[in-house]
Ligand binder design. Sequence first.
Ligand SMILES: Nc1ncnc2c1ncn2[C@@H]1O[C@H](COP(=O)(O)OP(=O)(O)O)[C@@H](O)[C@H]1O
Ligand SMILES: [Mg+2]
Length: 382
Amino acid sequence: MLCAVVPKPDSSKSTRSLYLGLMSGTSLDGVDGVLVEFFVGGEFRVLAHRYHPFLPELQTDLLALCVSGPDELERAARVSISLSRDYAATVEHLLTCINIDPADIRALGCHGQTVRHRPEQGFSVQLVNGALLAELTGIDVVTDFRSRDLAAGGQGAPLVPAFHEAFFRDPVVPRIVLNLGGIANLTCLFPGEATRGYDTGPANILMDAWIQRHRGETYDADGRWAKQGQLKTDWLERLMRHSFFENLPPKSTGREDFNLEWLAEQCSDLSGAQAQDVQRTLLELTVWSVTQAIQSEVCGKSKVELYVCGGGARNTFLLQRLVDSLPRVSVATTEILGLPVQQVEAAAFAWLAWAQVNRKPGNLPQVTGARHPVLLGALYPA
Ligand SMILES: Nc1ncnc2c1ncn2[C@@H]1O[C@H](COP(=O)(O)OP(=O)(O)O)[C@@H](O)[C@H]1O
Ligand SMILES: [Mg+2]
């Protein structure tokens, strides 16, 4: 476990409130937890961060639930309990880190683990046992953030752009925030324009699956294996034909669209190939899909700043390829805006819990496609 801590909360400010955010994304790598201090003026700071990797058995069970199979209800209920115990352990370690009592926490925003994302059918399923999490932590839990937006006709995703808008928008400088998790999503924060945001396609999901299959590693550290491979343009061209890339926003995606079965269908000649060439081509698919989305957004704008976050921001080769392919955009990570790359999404769910508690809509209808702004999340009182 990793734990990053900043000084104790400022108890002299009676206007502060403490929230927790827990995020475990499509990558199925583990859970990031943050303890956040919000002030009435809207500012916030992260007081502590903790990363809790999932055990391989839990990853296997979660991955199995990402596709239809026998006895799903029973398996989902059991996995939700294991998952919630992991979430609760993360909370306990976070609070111990900084010596804070659960009673001092206003609420805990927990995304849950997505195992199905079917916005076209009106649902998105995040596993978590909210009641158990409230029982184990003694903290009010807010979860199931996506359903209310879906009920209002939206995609239920992406939800982080509202948080990006609240904390990363600059009045003068056009900014884009790019989150490279399993899936990539971007948020455009342009002065004088409404915030835009959508998923651009895969970030790490295919690369993780490929290196897992061929080398038994969970991810390609720093993109070193991809760097040894050669881009195969004929494969890339076939992968670029995925209809998701042609869809106009609002749009969101997941494992249903981008997986190794889809890869094998597009490139039936992979078996005799050098595995590192496939890895390189998958990395270039991420670079291409992100780049073309960003280029279409920055068209005609100058001095655009791109801030990258999510685990993919730690893939130095991927980041270098993005810098190469976006010569007119200045590229950095969110760290220089004060939020380390692994904390952004967890902080977003702390903020979404804050929004729910304060009866503020958490969705941006122009991003998700919902008919109107809505309060997000279901509350499980402590
Ligand atoms: N040092 C690194 N080099 C390359 N990739 C990395 C590195 N660190 C993290 N990652 C990638 O980031 C992923 C996790 O990112 P994360 O933001 O947690 O995604 P998600 O929200 O989908 O869980 C890992 O699965 C891995 O692909
Ligand atoms: Mg993760």
